[in-house]
Design a protein around this ligand. Structure first.
Ligand code: ADP
Ligand code: MG
Length: 690
């Protein structure tokens, strides 16, 4: 069943090979040109493409053709239509037209729109994205033909993640083309690339089913850390247990059929935590693939009697899960973030590098926005994940290079390093694969790409990539503008410009420990934003400077930015309310009865012991009943306090605080009450029993 010789790799994808096999020659070449070069699709071929695609899908056993899209819920959505069309009394045939392929109309009223769509105009429209190939989803009774689409409202405003992502790819591609032209390079295809490392937890289904908090929210709202969790550091890269390996192999097998290049698998830092990383791909495709990876992980866990938790922080006190987004740009197939072989290539490398640094320094707030969310709030800034302050890590070698560029003026600082002449000198040898990665930095240069480590494990990477592309496009354009205006030979102009840019933006570069308190102080002194929670992290969407930027690049309009703010806020408040609601229910209806019962048994035993005049045991019984009694009182008080905060619908901050207060009490009681009667599976079981 496992495809060891990779014969079935990509077998469920309407790939180039299948396109050539199933479509007339001229239709196939037009479609492939659209896919490869993002050329507009020739509408006259739509019917022929649809016919070929349908025949291919029928061979695969498909009955339906959902348009597959990524609404602003953060997940994916699909509306299924059958190929079936009645052709006479009690007769039907399979049909699929170009119209069915290119566009769809759905009722959008139940998808978040943040005020973009009034209820009387509830229609939403899906539009085929030919740059991401159609694929087959399978289930026990057959299959469906999934068509990746964008999703928008009646007025053409985006209601999804894909549309702005595609716009941002266009924006940054244009900027790179402009830059390369200035460097005298021939026109070539720009490709933005993404490799998204997916972290996740895997637990046995039986524990999941006995934890209403996990069932309802994806995280445990109670649970004391066990004596042993991750402190022995014995899980990271440890031997993978057979049950997990069976799961991973099944996941990979399915992903390979879907043409998803799953490559790396390993145990992560926390017990029961793992990682899957595919090879990097074209950004738009890599985003779609990551969405599919999450789905396959969930489904395969289920068929293995396990549950895959993609929440950023399912368990308190141990590491949470992120989704490291490795990003780069290539030009005519050459990665521009690879230090080059000659001075010209190096000049391009350094210019792009500085454009990125400038982008992060100037727009850290909106990049941080892209990682906002109730789940990720538990992770960013906690002592395990990158801080909420966005800084850039470059490593010693590149720091030295920047220092040389900066000291080019020959002023006081020059004595530390020599001057590097951009476009004339070659760079000092930079290690191709830098091993001294700074795990505490949110945005790190890792030899030939930047790794953004702040996004959460459940988040759609389109969000952060869309922002990154846009701010880098702006930055490249700004550098090009300055170069165009400056006078003199190109290399000299560039040298001066880069020297200026290093000086102007170097405050965002940080090489030390991002988890340390001293960095919190230092970053504040440097004036870097520290947007600690979702509410403050969403605010940059309403900042006029950001609105102008995103409008200028045609990535998001003003109303689209506002709608994203509204949706983000609403999602945050709803999630916290659900968490608070389930915490209250568990505390009152599961924990309290057990504690009360144990307390009353103790009290009876104590009374009995006293009346029997026993000499021993009274002290122990008294101490325990005092503790349990105090816990019971506390439970009562804190449940009531939490309940009161729930009457204030939008007061997520108070709800969170009351929930954390209640958690302290419940977690303390967990260590006091008879283990056999504790109503929830404990961390030491959930995390260690596989
Ligand atoms: P680590 O965990 O050490 O960061 P991994 O090997 O797990 O490294 O992941 C690195 C990711 O970066 C992979 O998905 C890899 O394909 C991706 N990557 C490598 N080169 C590029 C590139 N040029 N653009 C985007 N991603 C890249
Ligand atoms: Mg990584």
């Amino acid at each position: 069943m496992i495809d060891t010789n990779l014969k079935n790799y990509g077998s469920d994808v309407f790939s180039e090979k299948e396109i050539r096999r199933c479509l007339p020659k001229n239709v196939a070449s037009k479609l492939l040109a659209t896919m490869r070069e993002s050329k507009p699709l020739d509408p006259t071929i739509a019917d022929a493409v649809a016919e070929g695609m349908k025949n291919w899908a029928l061979e695969k056993g498909a009955t339906h053709f959902p348009h597959w899209f990524q609404p602003l819920t953060g997940g994916t959505a699909e509306k299924h239509d059958a190929f079936l069309e009645p052709s006479g009394p009690a007769q039907a045939v399979n049909k699929f037209s170009g119209k069915n392929l290119i566009g769809g109309e759905t009722d959008a009223s139940s998808f978040p729109s943040g005020g973009l769509r009034s209820t009387f105009e509830a229609r939403g429209y899906t539009a085929w994205d030919p740059t991401s190939p159609a694929f087959i989803k399978r289930h026990e009774n057959g299959a469906t033909l999934c068509i990746p689409t964008a999703f928008c409202s009646f007025n053409g405003e985006t209601l999804d993640m894909k549309t702005p992502l595609l716009r941002s790819i266009q924006a940054v591609s244009r900027a790179v083309e402009r830059m390369m032209k200035m460097f005298g390079q021939k026109r070539a295809h720009v490709e933005v690339t993404l490799g998204a490392e997916q972290e996740y937890f895997l637990i046995d289904r039986k524990y999941y089913l006995s934890r209403p908090d996990l069932l309802q929210t994806g995280r445990t709202v109670f649970g004391a850390a066990p004596p042993k969790h991750q402190q022995l550091e014995d899980h990271y890269f440890g031997a993978i247990k057979p049950r997990i390996l069976k799961f991973m192999t099944e996941v990979e097998n399915r992903l390979w059929q879907l043409g998803i290049p799953a490559k790396t698998r390993h145990n992560e830092v926390a017990p029961a935590q793992f990682e899957l990383a595919p090879m990097f791909e074209d950004l738009n495709l890599a985003v779609d693939h990551n969405m599919m990876i999450m789905e396959v992980l969930r489904q395969t866990a289920e068929s293995n009697e396990m549950v895959c938790l993609l929440h950023e922080k399912p368990f308190d006190g141990i590491n949470g899960s992120g989704k490291h987004c490795n990003w780069s740009i290539s030009y005519g197939g050459r990665n521009l973030l690879t230090p080059g072989e000659n001075p010209r290539e190096n000049a391009i490398f350094i210019t792009l590098l500085l454009a990125v640094i400038r982008a992060i320094e100037m727009h850290a707030d909106i990049l941080r926005m892209a990682t906002a969310g109730a789940g990720n709030d538990h992770r960013l800034g906690a002592n395990e994940a990158p801080p909420a302050v966005i800084s850039v890590f470059l490593g010693d070698d590149l720091n030295e290079v920047l220092h040389q560029i900066e000291s080019g003026s020959g002023k006081s600082e020059a004595k530390r390093g020599q001057k590097l002449r951009i476009g004339v000198d070659t760079l000092p040898a930079l290690p191709r694969d830098m091993t001294d990665r700074n795990r505490t930095s949110p945005f790190t240069f890792t030899g030939n790409k930047f790794e953004f480590r702040a996004p959460g494990s459940s988040q759609n990477c389109a969000q952060s990539q869309m922002v990154l592309n846009t701010i880098v496009a702006e930055s490249i354009d700004a550098l090009c503008d300055k170069l165009e205006k400056a006078k003199g030979p190109f290399n000299e102009k560039l040298q001066k410009l880069l020297q200026y840019e290093v000086k102007a933006h170097k405050r965002v570069i940080f090489s030390g420990d991002g988890y340390s308190d001293s960095w919190m102080k230092e970053s504040a002194k440097r004036g870097l934003p520290n947007l600690k929670d979702t509410v403050s992290a969403l605010a940059p969407l309403k900042d006029e400077r950001n609105v102008e930027l995103f409008e200028k690049y045609g990535v998001l309009s003003r109303s689209e930015m506002m709608s994203r703010w509204e949706i983000g806020m609403e999602d945050y408040q709803r999630r916290i309310r659900i968490e608070a609601g389930i915490a209250l229910e568990i505390a009152r209806s599961m924990v309290r009865p057990v504690v009360a019962d144990e307390f009353s048994k103790l009290a009876t035993a104590l009374g009995q012991a006293k009346s029997d005049g026993l000499k021993s045991g009274i002290r122990g019984l008294t101490a325990l009943s005092l503790k349990l009694g105090a816990g019971l009182d506390d439970l009562h008080i804190k449940c009531d306090a939490l309940e009161r905060t729930l009457t204030r619908e939008e007061d997520a901050a108070s709800q969170l605080k009351a929930m954390n207060d209640l958690r302290k009490t419940v977690d303390k009681l967990e260590g006091l009450v008879d283990d056999s009667r504790w109503p929830l599976p404990k961390y030491r079981e959930i995390l260690f029993v596989h």
